[in-house]
Design a protein around this ligand. Structure first.
Ligand SMILES: [Cu+2]
Length: 315
C-alpha cells in the first residue's frame, strides 16, 4: 500500500512538473551597457577600438524560454561618443519605438514576449548600422522551446555558441565596409582562429566533447556582408534546425548556408568508439582562411564542465 501511495504521489508530482514546465512563463530582466572600449581580436592580443554590449564581442548570451517576457534595459554609458540601440531578432515590436537609438548618458527600457523558439541574432541598429555591427555590437538570444526535449529534439550532451563576424581593421571607413573593402579577418566569438591551435600557434582553446556525445552548436552569422557555409570537417551535421526551431529539422547535412543575420542550431555526434577531431568552418575559403575555423576535440578526458550550464560560450 505504501508503495502504491508513493507511486501515485510521484505520478501527481510528475504531472504537476510537466504542467509547470509548459505553463509557467517567466519575466526575465536583461540589462546591457553599450561600451566603446578596446578588445582583443586575435590570440596574440591585438587591440581594436570596438563598440560592444558589456565590453565583449559578441555581447552576453541571452537565454530564455518560449513564452517568457523579456524586460530589456539598454544603458548607453556617458563615456561613449555614439548613439546605440538594440534590435533583438526574437522580438515582435515597433522598429521606430523599441529599437530606436539612445544618446550617451541615456537609458532605455522595452519588453517583448519570446513567441518563437530558436536562436536569433541581436545587434545595434544605429546608423551607420554596418559600422556598428562591424565594430562588434551583436550577439545571440536563445529561446528554448516550451515543449522541452523530445525524440525529434533530443537533449544534447554539450552546447556551444559560435557567433561569426567580419573584422575590418579600419572600421571608421564605413563607405569601404559597405563595399566589403578592408575585410581583414573573420571573428569567431570575437577572435580570429579563436579555437584553432592547428592554424594559429597562439590559440589555446578548443571545443571539447566525449566521443559519441551529441554536441549542439548555436551558430549565428553576424557578418556585415557575407553569407556563411557552415561545415564540420570530418563530420556531418546529424540534425540541423533552421533558425533553431525544433519544427524546422533537416537530417544529415554536410553544409548549411546561413545568410547574413541568420542563425541555426546544428547537432553533431562523433563516433563513440574512438577519439576524433572536427574542424567547424565557414567553407567560404576567404572566411576560413581569415579565421573562421573552430576545432572540436572528441576525447575521453573532455572537461566535464565544458559546454554545460553557463559554459556554452568559451571566452
Ligand atoms: Cu551601436
Amino acid at each position: 500500500m505504501q508503495i502504491r501511495k508513493s507511486a501515485m504521489a510521484m505520478a501527481v508530482m510528475a504531472a504537476l512538473t510537466a504542467y509547470a514546465g509548459t505553463a509557467m512563463a517567466k519575466t526575465v530582466k536583461v540589462t546591457m551597457h553599450a561600451k566603446e572600449s578596446m578588445v582583443k581580436i586575435d590570440n596574440k592580443g591585438t587591440e581594436y577600438p570596438a563598440w560592444t554590449y558589456d565590453g565583449g564581442i559578441p555581447g552576453p548570451v541571452v537565454r530564455v524560454k518560449e513564452g517568457d517576457k523579456v524586460e530589456f534595459e539598454l544603458i548607453n554609458d556617458s563615456s561613449n561618443k555614439e548613439s546605440h540601440s538594440m534590435d533583438f531578432h526574437a522580438a515582435v515590436v515597433d522598429v521606430l519605438s523599441e529599437f530606436a537609438p539612445i544618446k550617451p548618458g541615456q537609458t532605455k527600457k522595452f519588453s517583448f514576449d519570446a513567441k518563437y523558439p530558436g536562436v536569433f541574432m541581436y545587434h545595434c541598429g544605429q546608423m551607420p548600422m554596418h559600422q556598428h555591427i562591424a565594430r562588434g555590437m551583436y550577439g545571440v538570444i536563445i529561446v528554448d522551446p516550451k515543449e522541452g526535449y523530445s525524440k525529434d529534439f533530443p537533449k544534447p550532451d554539450r552546447e556551444y555558441v559560435l557567433v561569426q563576424g567580419q573584422y575590418f581593421s579600419d572600421a571608421s571607413d564605413h563607405a569601404a565596409i559597405m563595399e566589403n573593402k578592408g575585410w581583414d579577418g573573420t571573428l569567431i566569438n570575437g577572435k580570429m582562429f579563436n579555437y584553432d591551435p592547428v592554424h594559429d600557434q597562439n590559440a589555446t582553446k578548443v571545443l571539447e566533447a566525449k566521443p559519441g556525445e551529441r554536441v549542439r552548436i548555436y551558430y549565428v552569422n553576424a557578418n556585415v556582408n557575407l553569407p556563411a557555409a557552415i561545415h564540420p570537417i570530418a563530420g556531418i551535421w546529424d540534425r540541423v534546425y533552421l533558425n533553431g526551431n525544433p519544427k524546422n529539422v533537416i537530417h544529415g547535412m554536410a553544409t548549411l548556408q546561413l545568410g547574413v543575420s541568420e542563425a541555426a542550431t546544428l547537432d553533431i555526434v562523433s563516433p563513440a568508439d574512438h577519439p576524433t577531431n572536427n574542424a567547424i568552418v565557414d567553407h567560404t575559403m576567404g572566411a576560413a582562411m581569415r579565421g573562421a575555423i573552430t576545432v572540436l576535440m572528441n576525447k575521453p578526458d573532455a572537461d566535464p564542465k565544458a559546454g554545460k550550464g553557463d559554459n556554452i560560450i568559451i571566452r
